[in-house]
Design a binder for this molecule. Structure first.
Ligand code: NAD
Length: 254
């Protein structure tokens, strides 16, 4: 599928991975809706690139539908990329003081990183399914974001790993569900990416993680995520798959 002339929704579009995706899809000729809760960065992107920012809470049906309506008003909505963040909790299952992890740490993370992803995916899929079919009956593609923590969760990461494992688990079944509608579903599982959100702490993270990555010996860069999004959009035969983007990094236990 060509990027030029389509409309694309990027949820979490002002974040590190999201902004790079917005820039890549915009540069490729798509009309882009930046759906996020960061008004300041959203409006700055709107001014700089001429994309549309819609304040969007990924967990809310009403809010996501408003962003989708905006995207549909710009052109045929064929791409929905979800790379939003949100509140999360962690900790050991049983702490050093013998107490069990608070249930809230788990539910909060699952709400942000799994249920909200499902919410965006179901609504975006229904909207993409309304578009005119292209070659081979295809209508569009959904790209979700997991993490390599779905496979190698580190100590203290149980809720996040469970949420990301859920995103991995949804991928094939969603692709199967949506196959009669011509909508593909692909998930990216990033390793460690250095994004502007880390600020000065980024240098320390790079010094810690960089040497642990087999090759290249550095953290990932947001445009590398965005390049993969563009490849997924353009390659019609990619479907129902989770793609690790991690320089062959495998997380150690801690
Ligand atoms: N950066 C990494 O190393 C890395 C690695 C693996 C997976 N990931 C995943 O990629 C995604 C993006 O990561 P990032 O590094 O770009 O994070 P980020 O914090 O830079 O961006 C996340 C964005 O989500 C937005 N957001 C928060 N709550 C929201 C909500 N309810 N609705 C809509 N938007 C909301 C934030 O405003 C922010 O712009 C996350 O799901 C993260 O778990 C990141």
């Amino acid at each position: 599928m060509q990027i030029t002339g389509i409309s694309a929704l990027v949820v979490g579009g002002t974040g590190g991975l999201g902004e790079a995706t917005v820039r890549r899809l915009h540069a490729g000729g798509a009309k882009v809706v930046v759906a996020d809760v960061n008004d300041e960065k959203g409006k700055a992107l709107e001014e700089e690139l001429g994309v549309r920012y819609v304040r969007t809470d990924a967990s809310s049906e009403e809010s996501v539908l408003a962003a989708i309506a905006e995207a549909e008003s710009l052109g045929p909505l064929r791409v929905s990329v979800d790379c939003h963040g949100g509140p999360a909790g962690g900790g050991r299952l049983v702490g050093k003081d013998g107490s069990a992890m608070p249930l809230e740490n788990f539910t909060k993370t699952i709400n942000s990183y799994l249920i909200s992803v499902f919410n965006v995916m179901r609504l975006a899929a229904a909207a993409i399914a309304r578009q005119e079919p292209l070659e081979d009956g295809q209508r569009g593609v959904i790209v979700n974001t997991a993490s390599i923590a779905a496979y190698e969760g580190q100590i203290g990461q149980l809720p996040y790993s469970a949420a990301k494992g859920g995103v991995v688990g949804m991928t094939l079944v969603a692709a199967r569900d949506l196959s009669p509608l011509g909508v593909r579903v692909v998930t990216i599982a990033p390793g460690t990416f250095l994004t502007p959100a880390y600020g000065k702490a980024g240098d320390q993270l790079e010094a810690y993680w960089g040497p642990q990555v087999p090759h290249p010996k550095r953290m990932g860069r947001s445009p590398e995520y965005a390049t993969l999004v563009a490849s997924i959009v353009e390659n019609d035969y990619l479907n129902g798959e989770v793609i690790r983007l991690d320089g062959a990094l495998r997380f150690p236990p801690k």
